[in-house]
Design a protein. Structure first.
Length: 288
């Protein structure tokens, strides 16, 4: 299915070295690294950002990171990304790892989840000088439902007039790297096997796909890379090219990297071939 990346053979060979797919305990039961600082952008306990700050004077290149969990706080919060955030910090890249109210929390769903994500992103610019962050070229990445939200952040300038999700001056996103993302909410709403279920899609979208489903905002006008596992049992593999086709038709630069011997967890585990591919894309996008 979909396009074959130029380095598909190398990626598949690297993935083949791991015969067993990772499960969540493989990641979550290891020691969890801690961020450099936690910053509030609102009064709710979930309206916070973890900053992972590298050593040195800066200004530091920045990756804006968005966790997944089917847009449900009860499934995941920002700390599920701690290991890859720490890996980027060690590589000299700052990480702005945002949290938000999921559809299962008061104020979450449409429009609150989107308003949280937007406010968390815009707070980066407000704190850039204090923490020596280079806000001039921010690359976004997100895992699973966070892949959708990262792409949506990049599309905010194209939100329709009158939408409660519009803001006056959204943080510019230079590029997006989606990790097992679920970017097309309309497609997911038609597919009960999406991994999150159609009921959750209805709650996060509010039925207002023109504001919440990324292909409706096309073209985003920036490069997008979708990294997906061929053995991902949460997000159907067809979603990547299903998203890429209309975005390319609208004029966007979208690449898909399908990795063999890769499920959903490998995408956010720092020792995997999948994360190595993500680091390669993030460093390229940041000019590193």
């Amino acid at each position: 299915m979909g396009q074959t990346p130029d380095n598909a053979g190398e990626e598949q060979a690297a993935g083949a070295r791991s015969a067993r797919l990772m499960t969540w305990p493989d990641l979550l039961e290891r020691p969890r690294p801690a961020p450099s600082a936690t910053i509030r952008y609102g009064e709710d306990p979930l309206q916070v950002v973890d900053l992972w700050l590298p050593e040195g004077a800066g200004p530091h290149p920045v990756v804006l990171m968005v966790h997944g969990g089917c847009w449900q706080t009860g499934i995941a919060d920002r700390t599920i990304m701690n290991w890859i955030a720490d890996d980027l910090r060690k590589r000299g890249i700052a990480v702005w790892n945002i949290d938000y109210r999921g559809v299962d929390r008061p104020g979450g769903g449409y429009p609150g989840t989107f308003q949280d994500v937007a406010a968390a992103a815009d707070a980066l610019r407000a704190h850039a000088a204090e923490y020596r962050l280079d806000a001039g070229r921010v690359v976004a990445t997100g895992h699973s439902a966070g892949g959708h939200l990262a792409l949506w952040l990049a599309g905010r300038p194209r939100l329709p007039r009158g939408s409660p999700l519009r803001t006056a001056s959204p943080l510019p996103i230079a590029e997006v790297v989606s990790l097992g993302g679920l970017p097309d909410l309309e497609e997911a709403a038609r597919e009960p096997g999406s991994g999150c279920g159609t009921e959750v899609i209805a709650r996060i979208s509010g039925g207002r796909f023109a504001e919440t489903s990324v292909p409706r905002l096309a073209p985003l006008g920036l490069p997008q890379v979708l990294i997906n596992g061929m053995q991902d049992r949460i997000i159907p593999t067809a979603y990547a090219e299903g998203y890429a086709r209309p975005m390319r038709a609208a004029g966007d630069d979208v690449r898909v990297r399908m990795l063999d011997q890769t499920g959903h967890v490998e995408l956010v585990a720092p020792e995997t071939a999948a994360w190595a591919a993500a680091v390669e894309e993030l460093r390229r996008a940041l000019g590193r």
